[in-house]
Ligand binder design. Structure first.
Ligand code: SF4
Length: 319
């Protein structure tokens, strides 16, 4: 249902060169699928999520590629046209519900307003839908008149998910939806996403820096680094047999409580400065397998058993 082709997003900066935060990325999401976008801060994952909604900040711009939603390219659409797409076809859940919810508005009124802004139905019908939405996300209808500050962080995030589902979109982009929550509530929110996906066949793009959480929650995963997708494949394959050196390094950095003497191996160095990225492979300054070719030429994307990996270690086209 969603096919992102060669998408690039550039940010202009006043005193430094432009930043190509997302650089020619490709991935796809099928109906009812949960797909992860994972990577360190600055990898481009949130920019990619915002670009799919066409909500990149004013200093950013989509400078190439296509975003095909059920075959229709969103890139050439005007802001007016996108207002019909957002909410109805794609919606977004952000990390911090407190910055998205109006503290002076009751959560029931939030839902009713969202529904009535887009649909010509009576207030009574909108209220019934709002109560049903709250129940769908596990909130009792007697919290309908609560203000956001009367709810816990997990409940507020459930309200955000209800708002995202209010107009029955087919795709929800969730940007770090559990980062501000404790681990127990994180699990509950992930379970909620899974249930909603099964119940409504809604596809979910889950953006997170937390690889362990993504492995648990998603069916497929795109691992991002320096604005590139380094690996895209089934999450179960990534867990068992990661191909890209960056994915391997991320996996080694996940703590495992079953191993008493596990040593966590951090990735040396820092993510690249995208206003001046390293030549060749952007991961080469941190990669234990880097060789001369990696420092000179950008690696191509290889397809191996349906998996995509952007690295010189694969394929037979090393020159
Ligand atoms: Fe490492 Fe080279 Fe592969 Fe980049 S292309 S990840 S530097 S082996």
């Amino acid at each position: 249902m969603l096919k992102v082709e060669n998408l690039s997003v550039r940010y202009m900066q006043r005193f430094s060169p432009p930043v190509l935060a997302v650089d020619r990325v490709n991935f796809q999401v099928e109906e009812g699928e949960m797909v992860g976008l994972v990577g360190e801060s600055g990898s481009g994952k949130s920019t990619l999520g915002l670009a799919i909604m066409k909500l990149v900040s004013p200093s950013g711009k989509i400078v190439g590629g296509r975003i095909l939603l059920n075959g229709r390219d969103l890139v050439p659409l005007s802001e007016k046209e996108m207002r019909f797409v957002r909410g109805r076809e794609i919606s977004m859940v952000f990390q911090d519900p407190m910055t998205s919810l109006d503290p002076l508005m009751r959560i029931g009124d939030h839902l009713i307003e969202t529904i009535l802004t887009h649909e010509k139905i009576s207030k009574k019908e909108a209220k019934e839908r709002a109560i049903k939405l709250l129940q769908d996300v596990g909130i009792s209808p007697d919290r309908f008149y609560d203000y956001p500050h009367q709810m816990s962080g997990g409940m507020r995030q459930r309200v955000m998910i209800a708002l995202a589902l209010a107009l029955n979109p087919k795709l929800v982009i969730a940007d770090e939806p559990t980062t501000a929550l404790d681990v127990i509530v994180q699990d509950q929110i992930i379970d909620l996403f899974k249930n909603l996906r099964n119940q409504f066949r809604v596809a979910i793009v889950m953006i997170s820096h937390d690889l362990a959480l993504e492995l648990e929650a998603t069916e497929k995963m795109a691992v991002m680094y320096g604005g590139w997708i380094m690996e895209f494949s089934r999450s179960v394959d990534i867990a068992k047999d990661p191909l890209h050196p960056y994915t391997k390094a991320l996996l080694k950095a996940i703590p495992n409580i079953e191993l008493n003497d596990q040593k966590l191996i951090s990735i040396p160095g820092h993510p690249p400065d995208l206003s001046n990225p390293p030549k060749g492979c952007r991961f080469h300054p941190r990669c234990p397998y880097a060789e001369d070719l990696c420092r000179e030429k950008e690696p191509p994307v290889h397809v191996i058993d349906g998996r995509y990996v952007k690295c010189w270690l694969f394929g037979s086209d090393r020159r």
